[in-house]
Design a protein around this ligand. Structure first.
Ligand code: GLU
Length: 481
């Protein structure tokens, strides 16, 4: 048997992290079995149509290194792969089920259903469609159809007994049949519901393994009734627990932590997101945490998917991100960091390649870069308390004295290079019989206005250029007087 998996997102305009993880697992599973990974766009809910949303799906998956073998834009033998383009094929299948007695036409209006729902709720019951239209005779049904009365087609679910199936993650699942409702298969507008289309399409596309969110676990017995009514083989099911913020809270659009794009905007690397996401809900059974896509494909094991919700810990993601940033080539880092430098340093004449060298190991998330380098563009206002440093043996008075000593030394440097600055400053410190820290610390504070900087006084002085360095040292002296 050739494994065929699919990722079947609805085009909502955003890629939820949970969805992305489903795609990743389905992709890894297909690849490790030399199978086929299929992309199907589930857009039968026309009210929810968002322009450009399919492109978001394509770009995200490709950007994450997942390519599909069959799908809307690449074709394949089982197309079309966009459900709205398949809309005419579902109704005949629903009619077949009606013929077999596994489904039936329902002409109840919205108002009638609402009334019965309200009555059921008033009795303290959960409303479930009451099979009202199942009792219509063939002739009555035909007469209504001929008269053009709007209808839906519903599943005729059994009300007694139990349904059982095996999920590869959750094991044997048994549901009492009276918990199954006569779900709608074809809506009034002629479109299939997800509940119907997923079965038809998974069958027609030869899907062997269905991976999807846990919310479908309890509907699956109803899908199995459809497979059985058609006499089709039921696929293997792999339901995945949700990706959550913590035990109680979901990731949410409002908190800006639900979508892949939220994290890209915050300056996380795709590779870090994908790597971490793989481990949210699955573990390799070893200590290994860093995985390339190829390594993931090899290591992934459906049997090691957790049953409990995956907790998406942003601090852990940040750790992965920093690891990936450290592993980037200097060129790749420079390219990635440049727009973040530009936010605060555009037009300031700062040497980006050198700054990038100083920043790469200190970068955890790109969105934090601007605040870390902004001082190069503009000296921040700062507290003179910063000059006091116990270990460096400085306070305001010592700092003033040492800045006064070093200012003319800096003024005298010809050819502003890091080596020249370094050698000249160090020689002057030695000649004055001072401790390095007692001069370099105040110098760093004066030219950066902060205690934590990428690089030390020498590197910063070089990045700022001679003129700006002198200006800032004088500014520091003024603050200290
Ligand atoms: N279109 C469904 C969703 O986005 C997919 C469920 C499935 O994979 O079958 O939730």
């Amino acid at each position: 048997m050739t494994v065929r998996t699919r990722f079947a997102p609805s085009p909502t305009g955003f890629m939820h992290l949970g969805g992305l993880r489903t795609a990743l697992y389905a992709y890894c599973f297909a690849r490790q079995n030399n199978g086929t990974f299929i992309l199907r766009i589930e857009d039968t809910d026309l009210e929810r149509y968002v322009p450009g949303a399919t492109e978001v799906i394509y770009d995200t998956l490709r950007g994450c290194g997942m390519t599909w073998d069959e799908g809307p834009d690449v074709g394949g033998d089982y197309g079309p792969y966009i459900q709205s383009e398949r809309k005419d094929l579902y109704l005949p299948y629903a009619r077949q089920l009606v013929e077999k007695g596994a489904a039936y036409y329902c002409f109840c209006t919205k108002e009638e259903l609402e009334e019965r729902r309200a009555a059921a709720e008033a009795r303290g019951e959960v409303f479930k469609y009451d099979k009202h239209c199942l009792s219509l005779s063939k002739e009555e049904v035909q007469a209504k159809l001929d008269a053009g009365v709007p209808y839906v087609i519903r599943l005729n679910a059994p009300t007694e007994g139990e349904s059982t199936y095996t999920d590869l993650v959750f094991g044997e699942m048994t549901f009492p049949n009276d918990s199954l409702d006569d779900m709608v298969l074809i809506k009034q507008d002629g479109m299939p519901t997800y509940n119907f289309a997923n079965v038809i399409d998974d069958h027609l596309m030869g899907i062997t393994h269905v991976m999807r969110g846990l919310e479908y676990l309890s509907s699956t017995p109803k899908y199995n009734l459809l497979y059985e009514a058609f006499g089709w083989e039921i696929p293997q099911y792999i339901h995945l627990p949700p990706v959550m913020r913590d035990e109680h809270r979901k990731l949410s659009k409002r908190d800006g932590d639900a979508f892949y794009s939220d994290f890209i905007d915050k300056g996380y690397l795709t590779e870090a997101i994908v790597n971490y996401l793989a481990l949210v809900g699955w573990n390799p059974g070893t200590e290994q945490e860093l995985f390339t896509m190829d390594e993931l494909i090899k290591a992934f094991d459906v049997r090691r998917i957790n049953k409990s919700p995956g907790i998406f810990d942003i601090n852990k993601l940040t750790w992965f991100n920093a690891e990936y940033i450290r592993k980037m080539s200097p060129e790749a880092y420079l390219e990635k960091v440049t727009p973040w430098f530009d936010r605060v340093l555009a037009g300031k004449g700062i040497n980006y390649p050198r700054l990038a060298q100083l920043m790469q190991d200190r970068t955890e998330i790109f969105s934090r870069v601007p605040e870390m380098v902004a001082f190069l563009g503009q000296l921040p206002d700062y507290d003179v308390e910063l000059y006091t440093h116990k270990k460096m043996k400085t306070d305001a008075a010592v700092s003033k004295e040492n800045l006064e000593m070093i200012l003319p030394v800096l003024e005298g440097i010809e050819g502003w290079s890091e080596t020249a600055i370094h050698d000249t400053v160090m020689a002057a410190i030695a000649a004055a019989g001072k401790k390095n820290g007692a001069v370099l610390w105040p110098l760093r504070i004066a030219i950066s206005g902060q205690a934590n900087t990428p690089g030390g006084a020498i590197e910063i002085a070089w990045l700022l250029g001679k003129e700006e360095t002198l200006r800032r040292v004088k500014d520091g002296l003024a603050r200290l007087s």
